[in-house]
Write a protein that binds this ligand. Structure first.
Ligand code: SF4
Length: 219
């Protein structure tokens, strides 16, 4: 009875994007609906929803963690420094950014204030889970040959916890969302301490994207 009463007061709303996801496989419809999503608390402090971007014919989906400060303001995924690095890695792998679909596991910017700055805050497990219906809808609409998880949060959203990037790189996982590869997030490459470490991590990202290109071509 008490639980029912709380539900009536609206204090027990489950965290999920599900009620906001339309039954459509049109990416523009999905993006328009996602703009109004209130499936978890992250929408309240972000500027806007940052939905995925790319052609409906894309055979490769790149999945990051969440929009950063620049993406939150711009409304597009991977436009900041990490986006520039991703573009360079794609080019080195023989892929064009315009030919792939790029999105994030969580569609609103999760941040905390530090002085006047907004500092990236890792999304909670409950927020990653709440946002998953959008990823499922994107994958259902695109039916890609390969989904590349960039970074630990994307890996967690698709393969669950317990899978590390170091151990899973270079392997293809067959999942209900199709074939999945794992790679480092471009931001992690930028955060490497020395130029040598950055160079090595960049080369590994190129290797992983090259593998994705090869698998996509085979289908
Ligand atoms: S992060 Fe995802 S589930 Fe949460 S409000 Fe944004 S779009 Fe909805």
């Amino acid at each position: 009875m008490a639980a029912k009463g709380r539900e009536k007061l609206g204090t027990e709303t489950p965290l999920s994007a599900e009620p906001f996801v339309p039954a459509s496989t049109n990416l523009a419809d999905l993006a328009a609906a996602a703009a109004a999503c209130e499936g978890c608390p992250l929408f309240a402090r972000a500027t806007q929803t940052v939905f995925g971007e790319g052609p409906s014919s894309a055979r490769i989906v790149l999945l990051g963690e969440q929009p950063g400060d620049a993406e939150d303001l711009d409304g597009r995924p991977f436009v900041g420094p990490a986006g520039s690095l991703l573009d360079r890695a794609l080019a080195a792998a023989g892929l064009e950014r315009a030919g792939v679909y790029v999105t994030n596991a969580v569609k609103h910017f999760s941040w905390e204030p530090r002085g006047k700055r907004r500092i990236h805050k890792k999304p909670r497990q409950s927020e990653i889970k709440a946002c998953r219906p959008w990823l499922d809808a994107e994958v259902h609409a695109l039916r890609p040959s390969v989904l590349v998880c960039l970074g630990a949060t994307a890996v967690q959203a698709v393969l669950g916890s317990g899978v590390t990037i170091a151990a899973a790189r270079g392997r293809a996982f067959d999942t209900p969302r199709g074939r999945v590869l794992v790679a480092r997030h471009p931001s992690a490459v930028l955060r490497m301490r020395t130029p040598e470490e950055r160079r090595r991590a960049f080369d590994e990202l190129v290797e992983d994207l090259t593998l994705a290109a090869r698998l996509a071509k085979r289908e």
